[in-house]
Ligand binder design. Sequence first.
Ligand code: SF4
Length: 332
Amino acid sequence: MTTEFRSEFHTDDNRPYYSYGAYCRLIFGRPMQKLPVAAGFTCPNRDGSKGTGGCTFCRNDAFTPGYCDARLPIGRQLDAAISFYQRRIRPETGFLAYFQPFSNTHAPLERLERLYNEALSHPQINGLVIATRPDCVDKQKLDFLAELARHIYLCIEYGIESTSDATLQAINRGHDFETARKAVEETARRGIPVGGHFILGLPDETGEMLLDRVRIINSLPLTTVKFHQLQILAGPPMAALYEQQPRRFPQWTPESYVDLLAEMVRRLRPDIVLERIVNQVPPRFLTQKAWGGLRSGELWRLLEKRLREKGAHQGDFLYLCTGDSPRGSLRR
Ligand code: SF4
Protein backbone atom coordinates (compact mmCIF):
# COMPACT_ATOMS: atom_id res chain seq x y z
CA MET A 1 0.00 0.00 0.00
CA THR A 2 2.75 2.41 0.96
CA THR A 3 4.68 1.94 -2.28
CA GLU A 4 1.63 2.38 -4.47
CA PHE A 5 0.60 5.50 -2.57
CA ARG A 6 3.99 7.09 -3.17
CA SER A 7 4.26 6.27 -6.85
CA GLU A 8 0.75 7.53 -7.56
CA PHE A 9 1.11 10.85 -5.80
CA HIS A 10 4.81 11.46 -6.37
CA THR A 11 5.73 11.83 -2.71
CA ASP A 12 9.40 11.34 -3.49
CA ASP A 13 10.58 12.56 -0.08
CA ASN A 14 9.40 9.49 1.81
CA ARG A 15 7.03 11.47 4.01
CA PRO A 16 3.69 10.03 5.12
CA TYR A 17 1.92 13.06 3.67
CA TYR A 18 2.06 14.89 0.33
CA SER A 19 4.53 17.67 1.09
CA TYR A 20 4.88 21.02 -0.64
CA GLY A 21 8.52 20.11 -1.34
CA ALA A 22 7.44 16.99 -3.25
CA TYR A 23 4.85 19.02 -5.16
CA CYS A 24 7.46 21.62 -6.16
CA ARG A 25 9.86 18.93 -7.35
CA LEU A 26 7.03 17.48 -9.43
CA ILE A 27 6.09 20.83 -10.99
CA PHE A 28 9.45 22.63 -11.15
CA GLY A 29 12.01 19.86 -10.66
CA ARG A 30 13.54 21.72 -7.72
CA PRO A 31 12.63 23.34 -4.39
CA MET A 32 10.79 26.64 -4.51
CA GLN A 33 10.64 29.51 -2.04
CA LYS A 34 7.63 31.80 -1.87
CA LEU A 35 8.60 35.46 -1.46
CA PRO A 36 5.89 37.58 0.22
CA VAL A 37 5.05 40.81 -1.57
CA ALA A 38 2.83 43.61 -0.23
CA ALA A 39 1.22 45.28 -3.22
CA GLY A 40 -0.87 47.86 -1.35
CA PHE A 41 -4.22 46.08 -1.44
CA THR A 42 -6.86 46.28 1.25
CA CYS A 43 -9.82 43.93 1.63
CA PRO A 44 -13.59 44.28 1.22
CA ASN A 45 -14.09 43.47 4.87
CA ARG A 46 -12.14 46.58 5.82
CA ASP A 47 -12.68 49.14 3.08
CA GLY A 48 -16.48 49.24 3.44
CA SER A 49 -17.41 47.22 0.34
CA LYS A 50 -18.41 44.36 2.69
CA GLY A 51 -17.64 45.75 6.10
CA THR A 52 -15.20 47.89 8.01
CA GLY A 53 -14.23 45.90 11.09
CA GLY A 54 -12.48 42.99 9.39
CA CYS A 55 -12.51 39.36 10.46
CA THR A 56 -12.46 39.12 14.24
CA PHE A 57 -9.08 37.33 14.36
CA CYS A 58 -7.22 39.43 11.79
CA ARG A 59 -4.20 41.57 12.33
CA ASN A 60 -2.34 41.82 9.05
CA ASP A 61 0.82 43.43 10.40
CA ALA A 62 1.42 40.31 12.51
CA PHE A 63 1.68 38.17 9.38
CA THR A 64 3.70 40.52 7.20
CA PRO A 65 7.49 40.07 7.26
CA GLY A 66 9.60 43.16 7.94
CA TYR A 67 11.18 43.15 4.46
CA CYS A 68 7.74 43.30 2.87
CA ASP A 69 6.86 47.00 2.55
CA ALA A 70 3.99 48.18 0.34
CA ARG A 71 5.67 51.59 -0.05
CA LEU A 72 8.50 49.96 -2.03
CA PRO A 73 8.24 48.84 -5.66
CA ILE A 74 7.57 45.13 -6.04
CA GLY A 75 10.98 44.50 -7.63
CA ARG A 76 12.75 45.97 -4.60
CA GLN A 77 10.63 43.92 -2.21
CA LEU A 78 11.56 40.79 -4.16
CA ASP A 79 15.26 41.72 -4.09
CA ALA A 80 15.06 42.19 -0.30
CA ALA A 81 13.24 38.87 0.15
CA ILE A 82 15.79 37.04 -2.03
CA SER A 83 18.68 38.45 0.02
CA PHE A 84 16.85 37.39 3.20
CA TYR A 85 16.39 33.82 2.00
CA GLN A 86 19.55 33.31 -0.01
CA ARG A 87 21.67 32.22 2.96
CA ARG A 88 18.90 29.96 4.24
CA ILE A 89 18.01 27.90 1.16
CA ARG A 90 19.66 25.50 -1.24
CA PRO A 91 21.36 27.16 -4.26
CA GLU A 92 19.10 25.47 -6.82
CA THR A 93 15.92 26.88 -5.20
CA GLY A 94 13.58 28.85 -7.46
CA PHE A 95 11.32 31.72 -6.41
CA LEU A 96 7.60 32.44 -6.54
CA ALA A 97 6.25 35.92 -5.89
CA TYR A 98 3.63 35.53 -3.18
CA PHE A 99 1.03 38.29 -3.11
CA GLN A 100 0.15 37.70 0.52
CA PRO A 101 -1.25 40.47 2.76
CA PHE A 102 -4.93 41.39 2.43
CA SER A 103 -6.96 40.43 -0.69
CA ASN A 104 -4.73 40.43 -3.74
CA THR A 105 -7.44 40.37 -6.41
CA HIS A 106 -9.42 43.21 -4.83
CA ALA A 107 -8.77 45.86 -7.49
CA PRO A 108 -9.72 46.61 -11.10
CA LEU A 109 -8.25 44.20 -13.63
CA GLU A 110 -5.85 46.77 -15.14
CA ARG A 111 -4.21 47.32 -11.76
CA LEU A 112 -3.94 43.57 -11.12
CA GLU A 113 -2.37 43.06 -14.53
CA ARG A 114 0.21 45.79 -13.87
CA LEU A 115 1.15 44.45 -10.43
CA TYR A 116 1.42 40.79 -11.44
CA ASN A 117 3.49 41.72 -14.51
CA GLU A 118 5.76 43.82 -12.32
CA ALA A 119 6.51 40.71 -10.23
CA LEU A 120 6.88 38.48 -13.28
CA SER A 121 9.35 40.87 -14.89
CA HIS A 122 11.82 40.18 -12.05
CA PRO A 123 14.49 37.92 -13.59
CA GLN A 124 14.51 35.45 -10.67
CA ILE A 125 10.75 34.93 -10.41
CA ASN A 126 9.34 31.67 -11.78
CA GLY A 127 5.66 32.13 -11.00
CA LEU A 128 2.96 33.70 -8.85
CA VAL A 129 0.95 32.70 -5.82
CA ILE A 130 -1.99 35.01 -5.16
CA ALA A 131 -3.80 35.02 -1.81
CA THR A 132 -7.32 36.40 -1.78
CA ARG A 133 -10.86 36.04 -0.50
CA PRO A 134 -13.33 33.83 -2.35
CA ASP A 135 -15.63 36.82 -2.93
CA CYS A 136 -12.87 38.84 -4.61
CA VAL A 137 -12.84 37.00 -7.93
CA ASP A 138 -15.26 37.12 -10.83
CA LYS A 139 -15.45 35.64 -14.31
CA GLN A 140 -13.39 38.40 -15.89
CA LYS A 141 -10.57 38.12 -13.33
CA LEU A 142 -10.53 34.33 -13.41
CA ASP A 143 -10.44 34.29 -17.23
CA PHE A 144 -7.51 36.71 -17.14
CA LEU A 145 -5.70 34.58 -14.53
CA ALA A 146 -6.40 31.40 -16.49
CA GLU A 147 -4.79 32.96 -19.56
CA LEU A 148 -1.77 33.98 -17.46
CA ALA A 149 -1.59 30.44 -16.01
CA ARG A 150 -1.17 29.05 -19.54
CA HIS A 151 2.26 30.67 -19.69
CA ILE A 152 3.57 30.68 -16.13
CA TYR A 153 2.95 28.82 -12.87
CA LEU A 154 0.13 30.53 -10.99
CA CYS A 155 -1.74 29.37 -7.91
CA ILE A 156 -4.65 31.13 -6.21
CA GLU A 157 -4.92 30.66 -2.44
CA TYR A 158 -8.36 31.29 -0.98
CA GLY A 159 -8.93 32.13 2.67
CA ILE A 160 -11.80 29.72 3.39
CA GLU A 161 -11.14 29.53 7.17
CA SER A 162 -14.14 27.31 8.03
CA THR A 163 -16.66 25.15 6.20
CA SER A 164 -19.37 26.22 8.69
CA ASP A 165 -21.57 29.20 7.87
CA ALA A 166 -22.31 29.72 11.58
CA THR A 167 -18.58 30.09 12.27
CA LEU A 168 -18.01 32.32 9.25
CA GLN A 169 -20.77 34.58 10.49
CA ALA A 170 -19.45 34.56 14.06
CA ILE A 171 -15.99 35.66 12.92
CA ASN A 172 -17.50 38.41 10.73
CA ARG A 173 -16.04 36.90 7.60
CA GLY A 174 -18.57 38.53 5.29
CA HIS A 175 -19.04 35.53 2.98
CA ASP A 176 -20.45 32.03 3.35
CA PHE A 177 -18.97 28.65 2.55
CA GLU A 178 -20.92 28.35 -0.70
CA THR A 179 -19.06 31.42 -1.99
CA ALA A 180 -15.79 29.64 -1.22
CA ARG A 181 -16.93 26.45 -2.92
CA LYS A 182 -17.94 28.32 -6.07
CA ALA A 183 -14.65 30.25 -6.22
CA VAL A 184 -12.58 27.08 -5.78
CA GLU A 185 -14.61 25.21 -8.39
CA GLU A 186 -14.57 28.04 -10.95
CA THR A 187 -10.81 28.46 -10.49
CA ALA A 188 -10.00 24.75 -10.76
CA ARG A 189 -12.33 24.42 -13.78
CA ARG A 190 -10.06 26.86 -15.59
CA GLY A 191 -7.01 24.70 -14.87
CA ILE A 192 -5.54 26.99 -12.20
CA PRO A 193 -4.07 25.28 -9.11
CA VAL A 194 -6.08 26.27 -6.04
CA GLY A 195 -5.04 26.49 -2.39
CA GLY A 196 -7.42 26.54 0.58
CA HIS A 197 -6.55 28.11 3.92
CA PHE A 198 -8.34 26.88 7.04
CA ILE A 199 -8.05 27.99 10.68
CA LEU A 200 -8.32 25.27 13.33
CA GLY A 201 -9.64 26.17 16.75
CA LEU A 202 -12.16 28.92 15.93
CA PRO A 203 -14.82 29.45 18.64
CA ASP A 204 -17.18 26.51 19.20
CA GLU A 205 -15.39 24.29 16.66
CA THR A 206 -14.24 21.08 18.33
CA GLY A 207 -11.66 18.58 17.14
CA GLU A 208 -14.45 16.08 16.35
CA MET A 209 -16.18 18.63 14.11
CA LEU A 210 -12.94 19.41 12.32
CA LEU A 211 -12.26 15.73 11.70
CA ASP A 212 -15.72 15.29 10.26
CA ARG A 213 -15.34 18.35 8.01
CA VAL A 214 -12.33 16.92 6.20
CA ARG A 215 -15.02 15.21 4.05
CA ILE A 216 -16.12 18.66 2.91
CA ILE A 217 -12.54 19.76 2.21
CA ASN A 218 -12.05 16.58 0.18
CA SER A 219 -15.07 17.47 -1.93
CA LEU A 220 -13.36 20.66 -3.14
CA PRO A 221 -11.03 20.53 -6.18
CA LEU A 222 -8.08 21.82 -4.14
CA THR A 223 -4.41 21.41 -5.05
CA THR A 224 -2.99 22.52 -1.68
CA VAL A 225 -4.27 23.09 1.85
CA LYS A 226 -2.92 25.16 4.68
CA PHE A 227 -4.13 24.47 8.20
CA HIS A 228 -3.13 26.57 11.12
CA GLN A 229 -4.07 26.93 14.73
CA LEU A 230 -5.98 30.02 15.81
CA GLN A 231 -3.64 32.44 17.48
CA ILE A 232 -5.12 35.04 19.78
CA LEU A 233 -3.52 38.30 18.73
CA ALA A 234 -3.54 41.45 20.81
CA GLY A 235 -5.99 43.96 19.37
CA PRO A 236 -8.64 42.20 17.22
CA PRO A 237 -12.05 41.41 18.83
CA MET A 238 -11.16 37.72 19.14
CA ALA A 239 -8.84 38.62 22.04
CA ALA A 240 -11.72 40.09 24.08
CA LEU A 241 -13.94 37.08 23.33
CA TYR A 242 -11.18 34.75 24.43
CA GLU A 243 -10.72 36.74 27.61
CA GLN A 244 -14.45 36.59 28.42
CA GLN A 245 -15.34 33.07 27.20
CA PRO A 246 -12.21 30.91 27.03
CA ARG A 247 -14.26 27.71 27.19
CA ARG A 248 -15.49 28.33 23.64
CA PHE A 249 -11.94 27.72 22.40
CA PRO A 250 -10.14 24.37 22.31
CA GLN A 251 -7.11 24.38 24.63
CA TRP A 252 -4.68 22.32 22.58
CA THR A 253 -1.17 21.46 23.63
CA PRO A 254 1.34 20.85 20.81
CA GLU A 255 0.82 17.10 21.37
CA SER A 256 -2.99 17.18 21.22
CA TYR A 257 -2.87 19.53 18.21
CA VAL A 258 -0.52 17.15 16.40
CA ASP A 259 -2.82 14.23 17.31
CA LEU A 260 -5.73 16.07 15.70
CA LEU A 261 -3.67 16.96 12.63
CA ALA A 262 -2.53 13.36 12.21
CA GLU A 263 -6.16 12.19 12.17
CA MET A 264 -7.14 14.97 9.75
CA VAL A 265 -4.25 14.02 7.44
CA ARG A 266 -5.40 10.39 7.47
CA ARG A 267 -8.78 11.57 6.23
CA LEU A 268 -7.41 14.04 3.68
CA ARG A 269 -7.46 13.13 -0.02
CA PRO A 270 -3.92 11.93 -0.80
CA ASP A 271 -3.56 14.12 -3.90
CA ILE A 272 -3.96 17.34 -1.86
CA VAL A 273 -0.65 18.92 -0.92
CA LEU A 274 -0.29 19.63 2.82
CA GLU A 275 1.48 22.95 2.65
CA ARG A 276 1.20 24.28 6.17
CA ILE A 277 0.13 23.00 9.59
CA VAL A 278 0.99 25.87 11.90
CA ASN A 279 1.24 29.60 11.94
CA GLN A 280 3.78 31.73 13.71
CA VAL A 281 3.78 35.43 14.42
CA PRO A 282 6.37 37.42 16.36
CA PRO A 283 5.68 36.96 20.12
CA ARG A 284 4.98 40.69 20.60
CA PHE A 285 1.65 40.28 18.75
CA LEU A 286 0.42 37.41 20.93
CA THR A 287 -1.67 37.61 24.08
CA GLN A 288 -0.14 34.36 25.37
CA LYS A 289 3.12 32.57 24.84
CA ALA A 290 2.66 30.21 21.92
CA TRP A 291 3.40 26.64 22.97
CA GLY A 292 6.62 27.58 24.76
CA GLY A 293 8.09 29.03 21.57
CA LEU A 294 7.89 25.73 19.64
CA ARG A 295 8.90 26.40 16.03
CA SER A 296 7.10 25.32 12.87
CA GLY A 297 9.83 22.80 11.91
CA GLU A 298 9.41 21.05 15.25
CA LEU A 299 5.64 20.73 14.74
CA TRP A 300 6.23 19.17 11.30
CA ARG A 301 8.66 16.69 12.90
CA LEU A 302 6.11 15.86 15.61
CA LEU A 303 3.41 15.29 12.99
CA GLU A 304 5.63 13.00 10.94
CA LYS A 305 6.64 11.08 14.08
CA ARG A 306 2.99 10.72 15.12
CA LEU A 307 1.96 9.40 11.70
CA ARG A 308 4.84 6.92 11.68
CA GLU A 309 3.97 5.69 15.18
CA LYS A 310 0.47 4.95 13.90
CA GLY A 311 1.79 3.41 10.68
CA ALA A 312 -0.45 6.00 9.03
CA HIS A 313 -0.37 7.95 5.74
CA GLN A 314 -2.34 10.77 4.24
CA GLY A 315 -5.66 9.44 3.01
CA ASP A 316 -5.37 5.94 4.43
CA PHE A 317 -8.52 6.39 6.46
CA LEU A 318 -10.43 6.98 3.23
CA TYR A 319 -9.32 3.58 2.02
CA LEU A 320 -10.24 1.96 5.33
CA CYS A 321 -13.71 3.50 5.06
CA THR A 322 -14.32 2.49 1.48
CA GLY A 323 -12.40 -0.78 1.39
CA ASP A 324 -10.75 0.49 -1.80
CA SER A 325 -7.13 -0.06 -2.63
CA PRO A 326 -4.99 3.11 -2.75
CA ARG A 327 -5.57 3.22 -6.49
CA GLY A 328 -9.30 2.79 -6.10
CA SER A 329 -11.76 5.62 -6.40
CA LEU A 330 -11.98 7.95 -3.44
CA ARG A 331 -15.19 8.66 -1.63
CA ARG A 332 -15.77 12.39 -2.00
S1 SF4 B 1 -8.43 38.05 7.28
FE1 SF4 B 1 -8.30 38.81 5.19
S2 SF4 B 1 -10.43 39.21 4.66
FE2 SF4 B 1 -10.36 39.12 6.89
S3 SF4 B 1 -10.08 41.24 7.55
FE3 SF4 B 1 -8.06 40.28 7.41
S4 SF4 B 1 -7.35 40.83 5.34
FE4 SF4 B 1 -9.56 41.13 5.38
